[in-house]
Design a protein around this ligand. Sequence first.
Ligand code: PXG
Length: 456
Amino acid sequence: MTKQASNPQTLHWQGLSDAHHLAPFSDFKQLKEKGPRIITKADGVYIWDSEGNKILDAMAGLWCVAIGYGRDELAEAASKQMKELPFYNLFFQTAHPPVLELAKAISDIAPAGMNHVFFTGSGSEGNDTMLRMVRHYWAIKGQPKKKVIISRINGYHGSTVAGASLGGMTYMHEQGDLPIPGIVHIPQPYWFGEGGDMTPEAFGIWAAEQLEKKILEVGEENVAAFIAEPIQGAGGVIIPPDSYWPKIREILAKYDILFVADEVICGFGRTGEWFGSDFYGNTPDMMTIAKGLTSGYIPMGGLIVRDEIVEVLNQGGDFNHGFTYSGHPVAAAVALENIRILRDEKIIERVKNETAPYLQKRLRELADHPLVGEVRGVGLLGAIELVQNKQTRARFEGKGVGMICRQHCFDNGLIMRAVGDTMIISPPLVISKAEIDELVTKARLCLDLTAAAVLA
Ligand code: PXG
């Protein structure tokens, strides 16, 4: 959408954006010239813009609207809680019912032995909490030198100073002198982009072995933890080869370091299990959560912590960390209702047994398209790699093919993200088979339009 929008309201709002708003992850000057697309309402898996266009939101907002848009129950839970107790803090030996009920509800769905939750306002704050908590943990155990956290290149762990440092996005590190000390990165298990001549299996083993190499290089006595997303989301829906997680588990078992799963995207049903760690059979010591926890209806994040860790923390006196909005009662009430809906309506079972297999089958039909080098996915996550040469996996250098495709999607009623030349999807978990058909039909149309533009 440009500033030649036909609805005067659109121009009014774009004017306000131009005059007053600084948008996240945006080129301010470019946005000023172009004007943002104004999203005004949503229902189910669809959003509407101020020009009246109806768009299938195959990104669930920003990976978060698990139960779909427009569920009155969440609005009612928020309204009820706001009237009863809109705020109280948890700092000075007080608590309130919603946060306690929510901690219990999360323990019930979390992997066995993970029964405590520290709440935050976002996923980034969850990872900041993790960094401070793991260092505190090792200090209590008399090993204060164990501080280094190993993370992965092209992982995403948030945008706070610690979150962006843990993340492996060089374009984020370049702004603000990141990463902060004590965080080191290893290669990612991205076979399509970086596997070269290796088979996916061999490459998965190689990528996992980089963890061991780094532990030995830094010294086990200095390493506090390894953090990873079960499947990298913002990095481009990177599904590790089957050999990767078993080999990582083998390495983790050999060394005394903590394992943190960042479940901000994979958690709450995205893979067809409650957590991505369940999907892969991993047993983390901590799990960062956000997004699907409230289906994005209200901000909330947290860190789920294994019982053995809590027992040590119990010996450590004050943990000098927390946020005004840690465990906010309204967010907690919304999260509780969201989890109730996911559970009672068996939404995750339906993903696992019906819609995920269907989406994965239909998406793979796009593999025959001349632009498509690979289609991959798990659960309701998918990626389509756009290439110039299907055999060599060579890219269209410098053509911005992903952005061209994304624009065609926008113009044809589909939200599909571009990460470089990788098109990605992560629709609401409630998407129906008919809506999946619509998604795939629109995706093919947009691939055709993109091919016509770049192959001309
Ligand atoms: N961990 C992971 C795995 C995430 O995907 C965060 C932590 C941080 O959460 P908060 O709530 O602080 O944003 C995220 C967030 C993208 C994109 O471009 C992805 C996220 C955020 C912004 C943009 O796909 N994920």
